[in-house]
Design a protein around this ligand. Structure first.
Ligand SMILES: NC(=O)c1ccc[n+]([C@@H]2O[C@H](COP(=O)([O-])OP(=O)(O)OC[C@H]3O[C@@H](n4cnc5c(N)ncnc54)[C@H](OP(=O)(O)O)[C@@H]3O)[C@@H](O)[C@H]2O)c1
Length: 284
Protein backbone atom coordinates (compact mmCIF):
# COMPACT_ATOMS: atom_id res chain seq x y z
CA UNK A 1 0.00 0.00 0.00
CA UNK A 2 1.35 3.47 -0.85
CA UNK A 3 1.80 5.79 2.08
CA UNK A 4 0.42 9.29 2.63
CA UNK A 5 1.71 11.62 5.33
CA UNK A 6 -0.98 14.01 6.61
CA UNK A 7 -0.28 17.19 8.60
CA UNK A 8 -3.23 18.64 10.52
CA UNK A 9 -4.91 15.21 10.55
CA UNK A 10 -6.87 16.05 13.70
CA UNK A 11 -8.48 19.14 12.18
CA UNK A 12 -11.91 19.38 10.57
CA UNK A 13 -10.74 18.54 7.03
CA UNK A 14 -8.02 16.25 8.37
CA UNK A 15 -10.54 13.87 9.95
CA UNK A 16 -12.55 13.65 6.71
CA UNK A 17 -9.35 13.12 4.72
CA UNK A 18 -8.13 10.34 7.01
CA UNK A 19 -11.34 8.37 6.58
CA UNK A 20 -11.40 8.77 2.78
CA UNK A 21 -7.68 8.26 2.09
CA UNK A 22 -7.51 5.15 4.29
CA UNK A 23 -9.38 3.30 1.50
CA UNK A 24 -6.24 3.27 -0.64
CA UNK A 25 -3.29 4.52 1.41
CA UNK A 26 -1.38 3.71 4.54
CA UNK A 27 -1.94 6.86 6.63
CA UNK A 28 1.07 8.27 8.45
CA UNK A 29 1.46 9.18 11.27
CA UNK A 30 -0.83 6.37 12.41
CA UNK A 31 -1.59 7.88 15.81
CA UNK A 32 -1.96 11.38 14.35
CA UNK A 33 0.43 13.06 16.77
CA UNK A 34 0.96 16.52 15.33
CA UNK A 35 4.57 17.41 14.56
CA UNK A 36 4.91 21.20 14.63
CA UNK A 37 5.35 22.37 11.04
CA UNK A 38 7.23 25.43 12.30
CA UNK A 39 10.09 23.08 13.23
CA UNK A 40 11.85 22.54 9.89
CA UNK A 41 14.19 19.84 11.22
CA UNK A 42 11.51 17.82 13.00
CA UNK A 43 9.01 17.82 10.13
CA UNK A 44 11.73 16.96 7.58
CA UNK A 45 12.90 14.07 9.76
CA UNK A 46 9.35 12.76 10.27
CA UNK A 47 8.46 12.87 6.59
CA UNK A 48 11.79 11.40 5.55
CA UNK A 49 11.27 8.50 7.94
CA UNK A 50 7.75 7.86 6.62
CA UNK A 51 8.92 7.79 2.96
CA UNK A 52 5.45 8.69 1.70
CA UNK A 53 4.31 8.85 -1.91
CA UNK A 54 2.12 11.87 -1.01
CA UNK A 55 2.17 14.53 1.70
CA UNK A 56 -1.24 16.10 2.34
CA UNK A 57 -0.48 19.35 4.14
CA UNK A 58 -3.52 20.60 6.05
CA UNK A 59 -1.92 22.00 9.22
CA UNK A 60 -2.56 25.72 9.40
CA UNK A 61 -3.46 28.62 11.64
CA UNK A 62 -7.09 28.89 10.50
CA UNK A 63 -8.43 31.48 12.94
CA UNK A 64 -8.76 34.34 10.44
CA UNK A 65 -9.13 37.04 13.10
CA UNK A 66 -6.30 35.53 15.16
CA UNK A 67 -4.07 35.77 12.09
CA UNK A 68 -4.98 39.45 11.73
CA UNK A 69 -3.98 40.27 15.30
CA UNK A 70 -0.86 38.07 15.16
CA UNK A 71 0.31 38.18 11.52
CA UNK A 72 3.82 37.03 12.35
CA UNK A 73 2.54 33.79 13.85
CA UNK A 74 0.27 33.32 10.81
CA UNK A 75 3.32 33.68 8.58
CA UNK A 76 5.37 31.31 10.75
CA UNK A 77 2.77 28.53 10.52
CA UNK A 78 1.09 29.09 7.15
CA UNK A 79 3.98 30.41 5.05
CA UNK A 80 7.19 29.14 6.68
CA UNK A 81 5.49 25.93 7.90
CA UNK A 82 4.36 25.20 4.34
CA UNK A 83 7.84 25.93 3.02
CA UNK A 84 9.23 23.46 5.59
CA UNK A 85 6.82 20.78 4.39
CA UNK A 86 7.69 21.53 0.74
CA UNK A 87 11.41 21.18 1.51
CA UNK A 88 10.73 17.85 3.20
CA UNK A 89 8.78 16.70 0.11
CA UNK A 90 11.67 17.71 -2.12
CA UNK A 91 14.13 15.76 0.01
CA UNK A 92 12.17 12.50 -0.26
CA UNK A 93 10.61 13.09 -3.70
CA UNK A 94 7.04 13.05 -2.38
CA UNK A 95 4.14 14.71 -4.20
CA UNK A 96 2.77 17.58 -2.10
CA UNK A 97 -0.94 18.35 -1.76
CA UNK A 98 -1.84 21.72 -0.23
CA UNK A 99 -5.25 23.18 0.58
CA UNK A 100 -5.54 26.93 0.07
CA UNK A 101 -8.32 29.47 0.17
CA UNK A 102 -10.52 31.61 -2.09
CA UNK A 103 -9.69 34.52 0.20
CA UNK A 104 -6.53 35.03 -1.87
CA UNK A 105 -8.64 36.95 -4.42
CA UNK A 106 -9.58 40.61 -3.96
CA UNK A 107 -13.29 39.88 -3.40
CA UNK A 108 -14.48 42.61 -5.79
CA UNK A 109 -15.70 40.33 -8.60
CA UNK A 110 -19.44 39.89 -9.10
CA UNK A 111 -19.21 36.25 -10.09
CA UNK A 112 -17.24 33.25 -8.78
CA UNK A 113 -13.46 33.35 -9.19
CA UNK A 114 -11.58 31.12 -11.63
CA UNK A 115 -7.96 30.01 -11.30
CA UNK A 116 -6.82 32.59 -13.89
CA UNK A 117 -8.03 35.62 -11.90
CA UNK A 118 -5.24 37.69 -10.30
CA UNK A 119 -4.73 37.26 -6.57
CA UNK A 120 -4.78 40.11 -4.07
CA UNK A 121 -5.18 38.82 -0.51
CA UNK A 122 -7.21 41.14 1.73
CA UNK A 123 -6.14 39.90 5.17
CA UNK A 124 -3.18 38.36 7.00
CA UNK A 125 -4.57 34.81 6.86
CA UNK A 126 -5.02 34.97 3.08
CA UNK A 127 -1.57 36.54 2.62
CA UNK A 128 0.09 33.78 4.64
CA UNK A 129 -1.78 31.04 2.75
CA UNK A 130 -0.79 32.63 -0.56
CA UNK A 131 2.83 32.80 0.59
CA UNK A 132 2.53 29.06 1.27
CA UNK A 133 1.38 28.54 -2.34
CA UNK A 134 4.36 30.54 -3.62
CA UNK A 135 6.84 28.51 -1.54
CA UNK A 136 5.48 25.28 -3.03
CA UNK A 137 5.70 26.64 -6.59
CA UNK A 138 9.30 27.79 -5.95
CA UNK A 139 10.48 24.50 -4.51
CA UNK A 140 8.55 21.70 -6.19
CA UNK A 141 7.51 20.55 -9.63
CA UNK A 142 5.12 17.82 -8.45
CA UNK A 143 2.32 19.35 -6.38
CA UNK A 144 -1.42 19.89 -6.24
CA UNK A 145 -2.89 23.05 -4.74
CA UNK A 146 -6.62 22.73 -4.09
CA UNK A 147 -8.29 26.04 -3.21
CA UNK A 148 -11.52 25.81 -1.31
CA UNK A 149 -14.10 27.88 0.55
CA UNK A 150 -16.44 27.97 3.59
CA UNK A 151 -15.75 24.39 4.69
CA UNK A 152 -18.33 22.59 6.80
CA UNK A 153 -18.11 19.17 8.43
CA UNK A 154 -16.86 17.62 11.63
CA UNK A 155 -20.09 15.91 12.71
CA UNK A 156 -20.55 15.89 16.46
CA UNK A 157 -17.31 17.89 16.94
CA UNK A 158 -18.59 20.72 14.71
CA UNK A 159 -18.16 24.12 16.38
CA UNK A 160 -18.20 26.21 13.22
CA UNK A 161 -20.87 28.05 11.21
CA UNK A 162 -23.33 25.16 10.72
CA UNK A 163 -23.30 24.10 14.38
CA UNK A 164 -23.62 27.72 15.55
CA UNK A 165 -26.61 28.36 13.28
CA UNK A 166 -28.36 25.17 14.46
CA UNK A 167 -27.73 25.95 18.13
CA UNK A 168 -28.88 29.57 17.88
CA UNK A 169 -31.89 28.80 15.67
CA UNK A 170 -33.06 26.14 18.10
CA UNK A 171 -32.83 28.59 20.99
CA UNK A 172 -34.48 31.64 19.45
CA UNK A 173 -37.32 32.81 17.19
CA UNK A 174 -35.11 35.09 15.12
CA UNK A 175 -31.60 34.79 13.72
CA UNK A 176 -29.59 37.50 12.00
CA UNK A 177 -27.42 36.44 9.05
CA UNK A 178 -25.22 38.45 6.72
CA UNK A 179 -26.51 38.87 3.17
CA UNK A 180 -23.58 40.82 1.63
CA UNK A 181 -20.82 38.14 1.73
CA UNK A 182 -20.76 35.36 -0.83
CA UNK A 183 -19.02 32.00 -0.97
CA UNK A 184 -19.18 28.39 -2.10
CA UNK A 185 -20.01 26.27 0.97
CA UNK A 186 -18.01 23.04 0.70
CA UNK A 187 -18.42 19.74 2.55
CA UNK A 188 -15.14 18.37 3.93
CA UNK A 189 -16.16 14.83 2.90
CA UNK A 190 -16.70 15.98 -0.71
CA UNK A 191 -13.42 17.91 -0.81
CA UNK A 192 -11.52 14.90 0.58
CA UNK A 193 -13.21 12.64 -2.00
CA UNK A 194 -12.45 15.14 -4.81
CA UNK A 195 -8.74 15.28 -3.91
CA UNK A 196 -8.58 11.50 -3.45
CA UNK A 197 -10.01 10.92 -6.91
CA UNK A 198 -7.54 13.24 -8.62
CA UNK A 199 -4.09 12.91 -7.08
CA UNK A 200 -3.03 9.81 -9.01
CA UNK A 201 -3.67 11.65 -12.32
CA UNK A 202 -0.25 13.32 -12.50
CA UNK A 203 -2.00 16.49 -13.69
CA UNK A 204 -0.13 18.67 -11.22
CA UNK A 205 -1.13 22.27 -10.64
CA UNK A 206 -3.63 24.53 -8.95
CA UNK A 207 -7.32 23.68 -8.88
CA UNK A 208 -10.40 25.20 -7.30
CA UNK A 209 -12.24 22.48 -5.43
CA UNK A 210 -15.60 23.60 -4.05
CA UNK A 211 -19.15 22.34 -4.00
CA UNK A 212 -20.80 24.09 -6.94
CA UNK A 213 -22.64 27.37 -6.37
CA UNK A 214 -22.45 30.89 -4.98
CA UNK A 215 -24.56 31.93 -1.98
CA UNK A 216 -24.67 34.46 0.83
CA UNK A 217 -24.28 33.49 4.49
CA UNK A 218 -27.99 34.25 4.82
CA UNK A 219 -28.95 31.72 2.12
CA UNK A 220 -26.62 29.16 3.67
CA UNK A 221 -28.17 29.72 7.12
CA UNK A 222 -31.67 29.37 5.63
CA UNK A 223 -30.74 26.01 4.13
CA UNK A 224 -29.24 24.84 7.44
CA UNK A 225 -32.38 25.74 9.36
CA UNK A 226 -34.59 23.97 6.79
CA UNK A 227 -32.45 20.83 6.65
CA UNK A 228 -32.31 20.63 10.45
CA UNK A 229 -36.13 20.75 10.55
CA UNK A 230 -36.24 23.93 12.66
CA UNK A 231 -39.62 25.47 11.89
CA UNK A 232 -40.04 28.33 14.35
CA UNK A 233 -37.02 30.57 13.69
CA UNK A 234 -37.07 33.28 11.05
CA UNK A 235 -33.93 34.51 9.35
CA UNK A 236 -33.24 38.25 9.26
CA UNK A 237 -31.01 39.74 6.57
CA UNK A 238 -28.31 42.08 7.92
CA UNK A 239 -25.24 43.84 6.58
CA UNK A 240 -21.78 42.60 7.63
CA UNK A 241 -21.30 46.06 9.19
CA UNK A 242 -23.45 44.73 12.06
CA UNK A 243 -20.71 42.20 12.93
CA UNK A 244 -17.38 44.07 12.85
CA UNK A 245 -14.42 41.66 12.89
CA UNK A 246 -10.65 42.28 13.16
CA UNK A 247 -9.92 40.76 9.71
CA UNK A 248 -11.57 42.21 6.61
CA UNK A 249 -13.55 39.53 4.72
CA UNK A 250 -13.80 39.71 0.93
CA UNK A 251 -17.33 40.33 -0.37
CA UNK A 252 -16.93 37.47 -2.87
CA UNK A 253 -15.11 34.24 -2.02
CA UNK A 254 -17.09 31.92 -4.27
CA UNK A 255 -15.16 29.94 -6.84
CA UNK A 256 -15.79 27.95 -9.96
CA UNK A 257 -13.91 24.68 -10.50
CA UNK A 258 -12.77 26.02 -13.83
CA UNK A 259 -9.57 23.99 -14.27
CA UNK A 260 -11.56 20.79 -13.67
CA UNK A 261 -14.17 21.99 -16.18
CA UNK A 262 -11.44 22.57 -18.77
CA UNK A 263 -10.40 18.94 -18.30
CA UNK A 264 -14.01 17.83 -18.79
CA UNK A 265 -14.32 16.83 -15.14
CA UNK A 266 -16.91 17.75 -12.53
CA UNK A 267 -15.86 16.06 -9.30
CA UNK A 268 -18.05 18.18 -6.99
CA UNK A 269 -21.84 18.28 -6.55
CA UNK A 270 -23.93 21.35 -5.67
CA UNK A 271 -23.58 22.99 -2.24
CA UNK A 272 -27.26 22.61 -1.34
CA UNK A 273 -27.34 18.84 -1.73
CA UNK A 274 -24.04 18.47 0.18
CA UNK A 275 -25.11 20.79 3.00
CA UNK A 276 -28.54 19.17 3.26
CA UNK A 277 -26.98 15.73 3.55
CA UNK A 278 -24.51 16.88 6.22
CA UNK A 279 -27.08 18.73 8.32
CA UNK A 280 -29.67 15.96 8.08
CA UNK A 281 -27.14 13.29 9.09
CA UNK A 282 -25.67 15.34 11.95
CA UNK A 283 -28.32 17.63 13.40
CA UNK A 284 -31.80 16.55 12.30
N1 LIG B 1 -12.11 25.94 7.07
C1 LIG B 1 -12.24 26.56 5.90
O1 LIG B 1 -13.30 27.12 5.56
C2 LIG B 1 -11.08 26.56 4.92
C3 LIG B 1 -11.21 27.25 3.70
C4 LIG B 1 -10.15 27.26 2.80
C5 LIG B 1 -8.98 26.58 3.10
N2 LIG B 1 -8.85 25.94 4.30
C6 LIG B 1 -7.57 25.24 4.59
O2 LIG B 1 -7.86 23.86 4.78
C7 LIG B 1 -6.92 23.29 5.71
C8 LIG B 1 -7.69 22.55 6.81
O3 LIG B 1 -8.57 23.48 7.45
P1 LIG B 1 -9.51 23.07 8.68
O4 LIG B 1 -10.72 23.93 8.59
O5 LIG B 1 -9.63 21.59 8.76
O6 LIG B 1 -8.63 23.62 9.90
P2 LIG B 1 -8.56 23.17 11.42
O7 LIG B 1 -9.76 22.38 11.81
O8 LIG B 1 -8.22 24.41 12.17
O9 LIG B 1 -7.30 22.18 11.43
C9 LIG B 1 -5.98 22.65 11.33
C10 LIG B 1 -5.07 21.64 12.01
O10 LIG B 1 -3.73 22.15 11.96
C11 LIG B 1 -3.12 21.93 13.22
N3 LIG B 1 -2.03 22.90 13.43
C12 LIG B 1 -2.12 24.22 13.70
N4 LIG B 1 -0.89 24.75 13.84
C13 LIG B 1 -0.01 23.72 13.64
C14 LIG B 1 1.41 23.62 13.66
N5 LIG B 1 2.19 24.69 13.91
N6 LIG B 1 1.99 22.41 13.42
C15 LIG B 1 1.21 21.33 13.17
N7 LIG B 1 -0.12 21.35 13.17
C16 LIG B 1 -0.74 22.54 13.39
C17 LIG B 1 -4.27 22.15 14.21
O11 LIG B 1 -3.92 21.60 15.46
P3 LIG B 1 -4.49 22.33 16.80
O12 LIG B 1 -5.99 22.30 16.68
O13 LIG B 1 -3.93 21.48 17.88
O14 LIG B 1 -3.94 23.73 16.75
C18 LIG B 1 -5.39 21.40 13.49
O15 LIG B 1 -5.34 20.02 13.77
C19 LIG B 1 -6.08 24.47 6.21
O16 LIG B 1 -4.87 24.48 5.51
C20 LIG B 1 -6.90 25.71 5.86
O17 LIG B 1 -6.11 26.85 5.66
C21 LIG B 1 -9.87 25.91 5.21
Amino acid sequence: MDRIYITGAKGMLGKAAVSVFAERYDIFPGDFHETDVRDAGAIAEEIHRAKPKFVLHLAAMTDVDGCETNPEEARRINAVGTKNVALACRRCDAVMIYVSTGMVYDGRKDSPYVEFDPVSPANAYARSKHEGELAIRDLLSRFYIFSTCWLFGGGRDDKKFVAKVVERARGSRELKAVSDKFGSPTYTADLARGMFGFIESGLYGRYHCVNTGCVSRLEMAREIVTAAGIGNCSLVSVSSDEFPLPAPRPRMEAMRNYNFELLGLSPMRGWKEALGEYVASTFA
